[in-house]
Design a protein. Structure first.
Length: 152
């Protein structure tokens, strides 16, 4: 298989799943804003990791020739992420359809990846990642008109 993965993993996408499950633990924090900010920081860091960037480069170069690689990767990562966030908004705020807001939120979080992916910039420092995550959560909360207290 083509994916770069941790040697302890039996499945190419298993590293992505393990990292994603650790990131999703943040969404169990009591304060919803803190939960989203912690999730966002972990999500950005994961998507700026050398392993993840190598997987994306591989998907870009090999995906058109071997489309099942791309389908498997996206079924394990982006699809699960969107489902997990939708569940968070349903459980915490009783929001049934957050698809558009989640897509916008994830796009904002991923906006740091492209310059690093193509080698334009080094991975940003932790403080910049944190600032970006906090601002992304503020935008998301405004889209839902949710105050810091978590009330709609």
């Amino acid at each position: 298989m083509f994916f770069i993965h941790h040697k302890a993993c039996n499945h190419p996408c298993q590293t992505e799943i393990i990292l994603l499950s650790l990131i999703f633990k943040a969404l169990t924090l009591e304060d919803p804003t803190q939960a989203l900010e912690t999730f966002a920081v972990g999500f950005i860091k994961k998507h700026l990791s050398e392993e993840h960037l190598a997987n994306i480069r591989l998907l870009v170069s090999e995906g058109p020739k071997v489309p099942e690689i791309t389908r498997t990767f996206y079924a394990m990562g982006p699809r699960r992420t969107k489902i997990g966030l939708a569940r968070f908004f349903k459980n915490r705020f009783n929001i049934e359809n957050a698809e558009d807001e989640i897509n916008i939120f994830l796009a904002i979080l991923l906006s740091m990846r492209m310059p690093v992916l193509i080698g334009l910039h080094a991975s940003p420092p932790r403080e910049k990642i944190h600032r970006h995550a906090v601002k992304a959560v503020k935008i998301l909360m405004k889209m839902f008109d949710i105050e810091r207290t978590g009330e709609i």
